[in-house]
Design a protein around this ligand. Sequence first.
Ligand SMILES: [Zn+2]
Length: 382
Amino acid sequence: MTRAVGIGRLAGVRVEVDWTWLLVFSLMTWALADAVFPEQSPGLSQGTYWAMAVVGTLTLFFSLLLHELGHSVQARREGMEIEGITLWLFGGVARFRGAFPSARAELRIALAGPAVTVVLAVLYGAVATLGLPESIHSLAIWLASINVVLLVFNMLPGLPLDGGRVARAVIWEITDDFDRATHIAGRAGQLLAYFLMSAGVALTLLAGVVSGIWLAIIGWFLLGASRSEIEQADMQRHLGGLSVADLMVRDPVTVPADMSLARFLDEVVWRHRYTSYPVLDESGHPAGLIAFRRLTRVPREQLALHRVGQHALALDRVVSLAPETPLIEAMQEMGARGAGRALVVANGRLVGLISSTDVLRALEARQAGGAAKARASLADTR
Ligand SMILES: [Zn+2]
């Protein structure tokens, strides 16, 4: 989710909106104004339906935000670091850094969001009983029911739904095995995803219900998300105790920023054949990263005229990590910024280079046959 745009902070938590939310916002507003509200409260003006639709969608958006804030505030109370909340196609995601401190802590964090939704649903329900004008009454009924529907769906016991987190926390508490609990709750999430996808396809093809497509899409996203929960847990187990220093390439081949591309090609690339090289400024400090495929964009006869520094990815666009950074965190950061490689920097000096492929290869080796094998395969990749 790198296409998210920050919209501000709420209770100290960074809030981002993914572009897919714009799509949902427009579709939902249109469906509410065109079909849902005219059906629910006939006889109001078209303008009123549109106003209700916009207020309804925005209030739902705010309800989702409060739900995620519930998770975040509780997570902070449990001592976890919060990266932020992102609202996207199917609701919100609160992102935390690191592992859950305990099964009970995860249970409390998982329940905090749904608890907020319950309170909101009750509030909207209460507004509906106040005898207010039809437009507000109708809006309140819709908000109360959509929140109940989302709550019920969200409490189904498969990861990454909140119900799945509750299930994992309970299994984790009973078995004292986080990894096993994740696999069980993750499998349940995958089953749920397959069920939604087949139900969606069946509804669309056999019963001609076009909105069945939505069920199928939700199922598809759920499938991917439950898989990545399991992968994340595997990574946690196999790379748990390791830091960047354990898997980085020490003293990588570097190039000075003022070297010409022609010399870079002749003296560095042909000899070493790596895909990218850290770039150093004249005082020897890291200045960026250059990928050798950048050379293909420069006409051959101009290679002598261009400098490495002109074509390197600048330092602020490269991920820099400290050697003692836990490997899991490093992978999260590289993943979040879409980077395959990161510079390892200590006291302003370049000490290494780490690539996510190396880490994944080490992970595979560890899964296949323990630490000894992992070390052997690491020696290969260096
Ligand atoms: Zn939630």
